[in-house]
Design a protein around this ligand. Structure first.
Ligand SMILES: Nc1ncnc2c1ncn2[C@@H]1O[C@H](COP(=O)(O)OP(=O)(O)OP(=O)(O)O)[C@@H](O)[C@H]1O
Ligand SMILES: [Mg+2]
Length: 227
């Protein structure tokens, strides 16, 4: 089943002589449960692509469907709700809210939607992530690896259609990088959670089901490694 579809997606930053075409007519689709890695040189448009898939930026042209919903046909408030429910975002620098505890950071997207947090699911996620004894800590009282576990918890708690991660291990040492990738893969395989990861790390690319390489805002290669 197709969970994500991108059609003729382009993004131009700026106007006139200083305009930058960051994404140039990109189309592809992703099946539910696929683990896709996106690789490419610095400045090739990877983060731009992820921001457009995550609904955090507007495309210049083209369309994005997540779970059959044409995302950019939604109005601003519908899009905000859709994003919180259907898309889990994980960033290199965690993007946690410093004045909120671990538990509050994880449950915030649900509370913003006036959704009850499924306590059983919450407990299960924090147990798997190994942060159940840190729920009342603030982000600055955690190691980088722990902060990334919290941001993964936040991304997963609403049971989203897709998880998008932009260099999720880029700020971590090799042991923590491996553990974070194992966790993301575990949620991908065990819960059939669709996963898109941007990385510069070839070892991570080799773990994916499929690798899409981006160059100059275009798809240079799209290869299924594990059918
Ligand atoms: N907000 C912005 N305003 C103007 N130009 C931008 C903006 N964001 C990105 N760009 C430009 O778009 C192009 C693609 O940037 P993007 O961040 O998507 O690259 P990337 O592949 O993620 O690179 P990296 O591997 O270094 O993170 C670059 O040329 C960049 O300068
Ligand atoms: Mg980037």
């Amino acid at each position: 089943m197709e969970i994500l579809k991108i059609e003729n997606l382009s993004k131009v930053y700026g106007k006139g002589e200083t305009a930058v075409k960051a994404l140039d007519d990109v189309s592809f689709s992703v099946d539910k449960g696929e683990f896709v890695v996106i690789i490419g040189p610095s400045g090739s448009g990877k983060s731009t692509l992820l921001h457009l898939l995550g609904g955090v930026d507007q495309p210049t042209s083209g369309k994005v469907w997540v779970d059959q919903t044409d995302m950019y046909e939604l109005d601003e408030s519908q899009l905000a709700i859709f994003r919180r429910r259907q898309i889990g975002l994980v960033y290199q620098f965690y993007n946690l809210i410093p004045i909120l505890t671990v538990e509050e950071n994880i449950t915030l997207p649900m509370l913003l939607d006036s959704h009850k947090v499924d306590q059983k699911q919450f407990k299960e996620i924090v147990r798997i992530l190994g942060i159940e004894d840190r729920l009342n800590y603030l982000p600055n009282q955690l190691s980088g690896g722990q902060q990334q576990r919290v941001s993964i918890g936040r991304a997963l708690v609403s049971n989203p259609s897709i998880v998008l991660a932009d260099e999720p291990t880029g700020n971590l040492d090799s042991k923590n990088s491996e553990e974070i990738m194992e966790l993301l893969k575990m949620f991908n395989k065990t819960y059939n959670q669709t996963l898109l990861v941007i990385t510069h790390d070839e070892r991570i690319a080799l773990q994916a089901d499929r690798v899409i390489s981006i160059k100059d805002g275009r798809i240079a290669n799209d290869e299924v490694i594990r059918p």
